[in-house]
Every structure is written in C-alpha cells, then in structure tokens.
Design a protein around this ligand. Structure first.
Ligand code: ATP
Ligand code: MG
Length: 399
C-alpha cells in the first residue's frame, strides 16, 4: 500500500540532548500499543512512519490518538523522491480524498528535509500548484484562505503527501520522566490527576487504600475500572491495594474527630513514601485540589506533607472542579467515578475536620498510636494487581 501514517513528534523536539531517548521511548510505546495490528514502524529524528494494513486504519488512528508525545499525525502517501513521481501521486491523493465535483481553494506547502533537492521548497510550491490547477479545474489557489492544505514533505529516499492532519495528545512519551505512584481513589479528581501526570511522561503505578469491611469489594472494583482507563494512556501498570483498616480504626479510636483526617492523611503519605522506595518511584501524585476540602487548605497541606521529602505532584491543584470534570469526561472516567461505592476516606469523615491543623498537636496525637508497627504490617500485606486496558469489564452491565 502507498499510504503510511506519518507522525510528528510533540514537545520533545525542544529537548535537544535527550531527543534520542524520547524518540526511542515513543517508538516502543507505539509498538506496544499497536502490537496486534500488523504494522511496520520506521523512525528518524523528526518523523515516524507506520506502514499498516488498510483494513486496520480506523483502529490504528484511534490508538495513535491515545499516545502521548505525538504533536500531529496524518495519513500520508509515500512516493519516490522525484518531481514526476510526486506529481503523479498528487493526482491520486486529490482523487482519493476530495469530492472533485465540488470547488475548493487550496495551498501547497512543501518542506524539504533534503536541502540538496532541487528545485527548492518555494519553487516546488509553484510547480505542484500549477500541476494541480492544470489537472483539477475545480481547484483554485488561495494562499491566505484555503480549504485544502496540500502538504508535500521531500526527504532523501521517499517523499510524502498528505492533506489533513489529526491533532495528537501532545505531552511527553510515557516513561521518559521516570516512575511515579498515583494515589488513586474512586473519586473524580485522582484519575484526572493520573492522566495529567502520564501526559508529562511519568510512568505510573497506582496505590489504593482500602478499609474492608468498612469499604466494599465494589469500591475496589471501581478503582480497577478507573485504573484500566488510565492504562489506555499509561500502558500496563500495577495497582497496589493497601490494607488500611487497622490503622484507620486506631486513628478513629485515639485521635480527636477534628484531627482524624489530618492524621489519616499523614499516615497515607508515610505509607506512600515507603512504597516509592519499594516500587522505585520518584514522585507521589494525587488528586488534591487547593481549597476543595479541609485537608486541602494550604495549612493542611503543609502539616500533611511534612512527613515526607518525596516530591508530591498535584496536577489538579489549581483547577476548578468543573475543569476537572471536563477532563474526566474526556478520558471516560467520570461515569465510573460517580458510581456510589464509598472509599475509605468518605466513610470516616468527621463533622468538623480542622482546616488549620497544628503540626505539634499532630505529633502529640501520633505518640498515642503504634503506627510504625501497623505500617510495617500493612507493607507485609499488600495486594498487587496487574492492570491492562484490555482486562475484562467488571461494570459492563452498569455503564
Ligand atoms: P473527589 O474526586 O470526589 O474529590 P477524592 O478521591 O479526590 O474524591 P479527596 O478526599 O479529595 O477525595 O482526596 C484527595 C486525594 O487523596 C485523592 O484525589 C487521591 O489522590 C487521594 N486519596 C484519597 N482517598 C484515597 C484512597 N482511598 N486511596 C488512594 N488515594 C486516595
Ligand atoms: Mg478531591
């Protein structure tokens, strides 16, 4: 087939020194994503080309639209690098992609990566423009206000022509920025936070704190479903289920109600820090949003965050709830997040959680808890679930 999918890299082009790593990571991410679809991928420093079986075109385009690190992609027609071959290919491209009964305005834009190729880009624009005018009477040139942009990319061995471009997801290829651990609850915010972290190239594993029997297996299944949605963008990942019941019960027995959430979140962060070491992560990521609840005031964040030196990334910290919801709908997590099953935080929420907690008071209260022993026990009893986007659907009948 003479068609290929042409991929333009995203923001990575600004990272000169790391370019090779970025391109190689993107290459292997695309390869993994399309592994069952019989493709052949080649790459150079500015483009990737995917040869594919035309019967898979739709599904391949959809999947490429789910990969970070791609600025734009298009279905391009490949031909030998000489003017006659290019003219001939132009005829085919226009015939296959335009309704030639209609009138169009167009512009030709030629790019030469092979600067030794003569004629130069400007001259090529004229040559191909003239060729189109001569062979397609319904097409008129308008370089300022055109309906069809005819892109011609001239390269050493082969050249490419394409009309339409799809916008890619942007961001960095997943894995180029190392590993992070996402605190994934069943809520709306944390899956969005995870998606945004993946966008910046962070490879995620996920941590879910559960408090069975106060929380149900349905709540865990809901988190698994959210994890599967993240795996569409982030690749296969581990979901680490933390048995939080005993520690949480201890907190609710011994800590005054207004401080219970503050102390509980300090415990979560302590556990997260241990998990970053075990799972070789460089950052903790969560769905906290400034001012959203009592534990997310700046004072609370200071007191809670002070138990760890690991960077805590809060991708939705400065988004409004409506903005977060908009992203959750786009990534298809919203309908899962609003399923009713309680998670461990909502179940023990006190009437009046403190919004300005005091660090010394926290330290005093924590002296009453044998939390180090309980945390060690928790770390010995983790449940790790391997997540992939193609796992069976738990909620198929509900959603
Ligand atoms: P919502 O999306 O409705 O705000 P939430 O899960 O974000 O729900 P918060 O109490 O705002 O609830 O929690 C703040 C962040 O803490 C979450 O976004 C998530 O990253 C983390 N978190 C809360 N509960 C859990 C949990 N049970 N397991 C893992 N992470 C959690
Ligand atoms: Mg929240």
């Amino acid at each position: 087939m003479n068609r290929v999918i042409l991929i333009k890299y995203g923001e990575l082009t600004t990272k000169k020194g790391n370019r090779k790593i970025f391109i190689n990571t993107l290459y292997s991410n695309i390869l993994k994503k399309l592994k069952d679809l019989d493709v052949n991928i080649s790459k150079d420093m500015s483009r990737m080309y995917i040869e594919y079986d035309s019967t898979n075109q739709e599904i391949i385009l959809k999947k490429i639209g789910e990969i970070f690190g791609i600025h734009a992609f298009s279905i391009a027609y490949k031909t030998e690098t000489n003017i006659d071959a290019l003219k001939e290919m132009l005829n085919l491209v226009l015939k296959e992609n335009l309704d030639l009964e209609k009138n169009y305005t167009f512009k030709v834009e030629t790019k030469r990566s092979d600067k030794s190729f003569s004629p130069n880009s400007l001259e090529c624009n004229y040559i191909f423009g003239e060729h189109i005018l001569k062979n397609f009477p319904n097409l008129k040139v308008n370089v300022h206000d055109y309906q069809v942009l005819v892109n011609v990319e001239i390269r050493k061995d082969y050249s490419y022509i394409y009309l339409n471009e799809y916008t890619g997801l942007g961001g960095y290829p997943v894995g180029t920025l190392g590993h992070g651990l996402l605190m994934l609850s069943g809520g709306i915010d944390s899956p969005v936070a995870g998606y945004l972290a993946i966008k910046r190239g962070i490879k995620l594993n996920l941590v879910y704190f559960e408090a069975i029997p106060h929380t149900s297996l349905e709540a865990r299944n809901k988190v698994i479903e959210l994890a599967k949605k993240l795996a569409i963008y982030g690749g296969d990942m581990k979901l680490i289920v933390v048995p939080f019941t005993k520690l949480q019960e201890e907190i609710y027995k011994k800590v005054p109600g207004n401080y219970s959430i503050t102390i509980m979140r300090r415990m979560m962060y302590r556990i997260m820090e241990k998990l970053t070491k075990r799972f070789k992560a460089l950052a903790i990521i969560n769905g906290e949003s400034v001012g959203q609840v009592a534990s997310q005031t700046l004072t609370s964040m200071n007191v809670i965050n002070s138990v760890t030196n690991i960077p805590v990334i809060r991708p939705v910290a400065c988004l409004d709830k409506l903005e977060i919801i908009e992203i959750s709908k786009k990534i298809d997590t919203y309908d899962i997040s609003i399923l009713p099953y309680e998670d461990c935080c909502t179940i023990f929420v006190p009437k009046h959680p403190i919004i300005n907690p005091n660090l010394n008071q926290c330290l005093e209260m924590e002296k009453e808890l044998d939390y180090e022993t309980l945390i060690a026990e928790i770390l010995d009893n983790l449940l790790v679930i391997n997540i992939s986007s193609s796992m069976e659907n738990i909620y198929e009948d509900i959603l």
